[in-house]
Design a protein around this ligand. Sequence first.
Ligand SMILES: O=C1O[C@H](COP(=O)(O)O)[C@@H](O)[C@H](O)[C@H]1O
Length: 246
Amino acid sequence: MSGHDVKTAEVIVLKDGEAVAQHMAHWLLEQALAKKDGPFVISLSGGTTPKRLFQILAEPDIAARFPWSNTQIFYGDERYVPTSDPASNYTMSRETLLDHVSLPLANVHPMPTDADPETDAARYQKELQAVYGANELQPGKPLFDVVMLGMGPDGHTASLFPRQPVLKERTKWVATCTPDNAPHTRLTLTYPAIHSSRHVVFLLEGAGKAEMLARVRKGDDSLPSCHITSEGDVTFLIDEAAAQDL
Ligand SMILES: O=C1O[C@H](COP(=O)(O)O)[C@@H](O)[C@H](O)[C@H]1O
């Protein structure tokens, strides 16, 4: 996988959403097994796209080989709702994946949503810092092995929404965002936190993603997804429907 930003990113096109989810699951297993010098740290994306991937990771064939005890699970964004709310990204991942594998509880890091958004963003940053082992991001020492991302119909990714102050955040690792046209306040990783990664992988499927993806690849910098970078590599793993305007 190669390319430090969305314009130079490798684009892998597979037949359909099932093929994308299968490819990602096997690739993640390889990455996790290859990680020998510390924990395998992953940030999961939210929304509906990763659901099938999570189910595949929970199937016995992969789940039995995945080094769960060496894996730390974080989230790229969260809707500021209780975990009982069906909009919770954490809850979707728990129901499809976490409840079905031998992952120590201490290795799962849902974004907290029980104080207030600013306090909880700061708490989550501290939780990341504890696993990272430092309070400042250092080039050459990526925070994440893998950051999974999706993309919304307005070009948002994680909860980096168009025109929001969070897009200018260069210091915090986690921040709040209250989008104009989405129902919930969000917590989100910021650009610098996502940049501190070995691999960023956008998972996109369906014709609904096609136009936005084409605009991102052409460099429409009004779209938050356009500004995603990684000190490692950025890859688009997409299906044929999402690729139709490329
Ligand atoms: O709001 C969100 O949307 C994007 C895309 O979601 P999807 O349902 O089209 O897969 C997602 O990546 C982000 O994490 C989420 O919170």
